[in-house]
Design a binder for this molecule. Sequence first.
Ligand code: TYM
Length: 342
Amino acid sequence: MSDAPKHKHLVFSGMQPTNTLHLGNYLGALKNWVKIQNDMPCIYCVVDMHAITQDVGYGRPAELAQATREVAAAYIAAGVDLKKSLVFNQARVPAHAELAWIFNCVARLGWLDRMTQFKEKSGKHKERASVGLYTYPTLMAADILAYKATHVPVGEDQKQHLELSRDIAQKFNNDFSVPDFFPLPEPVITGPGTRVMSLRDGAKKMSKSDDSDYSRINLTDDADAIAQKIRKAKTDPAPLPDSEKGLEGRPEAENLFNIYAALADEPRARVVAQFAGQQFSGFKNALAELAVAKLTPIAAEMRRLLADPGEIDRVLADGAMRAGAIAGPVLAEVKRLVGFLH
Ligand code: TYM
């Protein structure tokens, strides 16, 4: 934690309100968010501005608003504590967009050209992707640095974006001769759930955009759906290994063990030892039971919270007011450094 002494510890992270959240979002990020709240102050954002980079949602404002409420409800239902953490949606705090513009002028085209997520998301027809999708990582850097956040708990797939955030912070500090102005935010990528794979293909990440609903467990799935998806998950014919080494070259088995270990909060080696030599069917039954026990209470709490959308909107508005009070002075300092305020 190289910059710990210079900057107060502060956590920032976010999720996009696009489709429903899935087990990867929960194990890779959300579960760690809940833990880290006991160690440092946290800001958890629903990044609705990022959500329009692939689909602006022309004429469907209610859909985005509802998806934003659902993600906020998922945060709270999973254990984000509003007494310890701020929850709000990005678009309510203009500092994110303003700082992102300045960062667009700090970041180099070559840096963004290297972003693998843009390449994946834009597909074969890059020229048809929105400009917003391309500059997505500079907005992400602004999200974090508008608060001078020091720690960012995310899944493995965000690592490259965080490296870019550090590069932007470093270049800004150097170019404006303010060596410690922005912290270099630390990625917090921990535990066995940092890269949850598709249940249909152990080589593909579990993702909201996969066409097959059987590839993922949604946070809103009921017990039957969860159990069925786990029972149908792709496996191989060999019995279960007796050590972690035996998971090598068996991506589907490895994924299911990672999921079990992350859900149970147990070291993977212990889970492997527990099921050593058994058939997949028994392990899958145990995993289904565990997943149902851990996930269905979250879904139930989400439903309860979503029954009162006005209350969620109040939480978001209140969070935004408090977030704006932190980001405002940082942005004012940046504007002074750039020469916009004198
Ligand atoms: P998003 O909305 O794609 O994903 C939200 C979080 O879930 C993690 N995640 C996964 N973790 C493990 N296995 C998976 N299969 C999996 N799929 C997703 C992601 O790593 C992420 O932590 N760019 C971000 C949102 C963002 C952000 C930020 C994050 C915007 N600004 C500032 C941190 C800080 C994103 O698209 O996440």
